[in-house]
Design a protein around this ligand. Sequence first.
Ligand code: CA
Length: 240
Amino acid sequence: MKASILIVEDEDSLGILLTYNLENEGYEVRLCTHGDQVDLFIDEKLPDLILLDWMLPGISGVEICRRLRLRSQTRNIPIIMATARGEEAEKLRGFDVGADDYLVKPFAMKELMARVKAVLKRSAPDQMSDKLVSGDIVLDASTRRVTRHMADAENKTDTGVEVDLGPTEFKLLQYLMQRKGRVFSREQLLDNVWGHDVYVDERTVDVHIGRLRKALKGKQGFADPIRTIRGAGYSFNDKF
Ligand code: CA
């Protein structure tokens, strides 16, 4: 699954240049040009990273950053702030409101790519690889297999038990495992796992989460890694 990046930049030419370069690197990119529209873009689809300009028409980048950090669903989205002002005080203010990294304009594309990669890797190291491992669960995207493992330290054995998942449950698990600990509403899961063009009821998510849980539990009664957050949605529990 491609990491998705939301660029918030009001300078048209720079916005286009950033979009072009990030798409070339294989990211899924959306461009927002007005501070007031950021929420709309985020509600449409939760990005994996936001590249946020400081000076924007409407709500400023700093204010956007501060607000995103207050909402549970956007709290952990990595943010790289970009600004023409390179002063140390501004930089500190950027970090103060919760930016993960900071770029001073004009910056080289190579520099940006390196920062994007580093920040993504920090926030979701698993997203970069085919194999996701969490506790006793191993998801291999290249073979589309999920296994749960019973390690026996005494005999130095590791028995893998295959988890039988349908394609939707597989995608759902992959999406959640790539973003451990983050809480997703049913609507967000529908948009990001099922896709925008599919028109299904939000209860469909509950049905598939139920199936996923059942399959993960298996005959052996393995622990449930999925957390239900009342009134908010679901998340993959890092410690289960
Ligand atoms: Ca600007």
